[in-house]
Design a protein. Structure first.
Length: 285
């Protein structure tokens, strides 16, 4: 059994949010953070280490001016809570795809030069981690059991794919940073609920939904039976009248060609005859 966690985060809240649920893959980098392997093959993270490192991440984030920190949240389940966290703390967020060159290309219109970067998924945000490594920028990352941790300075072992798990992460971080910033003096002064961070907009809800059977069927109908061959108006089967017309035009062209060829031969023969006559006349003279 896991030991009970003391401090501001209650164990039952963590368990209910599923922050401890990993994947069926365990990398060498994440071995030390795994508590056990369940009968169904899923690896379970050590909640004590999760809480310790999440609180350490909050303290580190609070030490930097908000404008010098950058949150990278590429997934739908992380970008929503991250934006709500940003609204409360003033820390900027890049949501969705991280554009290569954001931290290395000075001429980029989206150029950023942060002193600390927080990433929500090392797999989806590996470009951001790579650019941080080039610039010597420290990285905090939410890491699941299947993640590699190269170039990551502070690993927070956690379920980084679950909707409620990610909402809880930003709920805790926002509360801790607001206390450090002096915006609140006690936990009960934090007026936002976990549901506030988990709630998604209608657009986000639509994006997160898996495609319906009807949508899948519609896509299948649009796909070409033979892969790699596109059907266009020029390659579609011709109607019968069109085929007959082409055949007639083909025959007509063939006949015209024969006539032209015969006419050329006749002209050539006439020229030879005339030339022969002229030469004969010269000889007689």
């Amino acid at each position: 059994m896991m030991e009970k966690i003391s401090g501001p985060v209650k164990q039952d809240v963590l368990l209910e949010a599923g922050v401890h649920i990993g994947t069926k893959i365990k990398t060498c980098d994440m071995r030390e953070f795994v508590f056990k392997r369940r009968d169904d093959g899923l690896y379970i993270l050590d909640l004590r280490k999760t809480v310790e490192r999440l609180m350490a991440a909050a303290k580190l984030l609070a030490k930097y001016p908000p404008e010098n920190v950058l949150i990278v949240a590429s997934r739908i389940y992380s970008s929503g809570p991250a934006m709500k966290f940003s609204a409360l703390t003033g820390i900027p967020v890049i949501k969705g795809r991280f554009v290569p060159g954001t931290m290395t290309n000075l001429s980029s219109k989206n150029f950023r030069e942060p002193s600390l970067v927080f990433v929500c998924d090392p797999k989806g945000e590996r470009e951001a981690i790579s650019e941080c490594a080039k610039n010597g920028v420290p990285v905090i990352a939410l890491c699941d059991t299947d993640n590699e941790t190269k170039f990551i300075d502070l690993i927070v072992p956690i379920n980084n794919k679950g909707r409620r798990s990610l909402a809880l992460v930003f709920y805790i971080l926002a509360r801790e940073i607001m206390m450090a910033q002096g915006k609140i003096n006690a936990y009960d002064e934090f007026e936002y609920s976990l549901d506030h961070f988990e709630k998604m907009s209608e657009i986000e809800e639509e994006k997160a939904k898996p495609p319906t059977e009807t949508e899948t069927e519609a896509v299948k109908k649009e796909e070409v039976k033979e892969p790699g061959i596109a059907v266009s108006a020029s390659s579609a089967p011709l109607e019968a009248p069109a085929e007959e017309k082409i055949q007639k035009e083909g025959k007509k062209t063939e006949e015209e060609t024969k006539e032209e060829s015969a006419a050329k031969k006749e002209t050539k023969k006439e020229k030879i005859k005339k030339k022969g006559k002229k030469e004969a006349e010269k000889t007689n003279e």
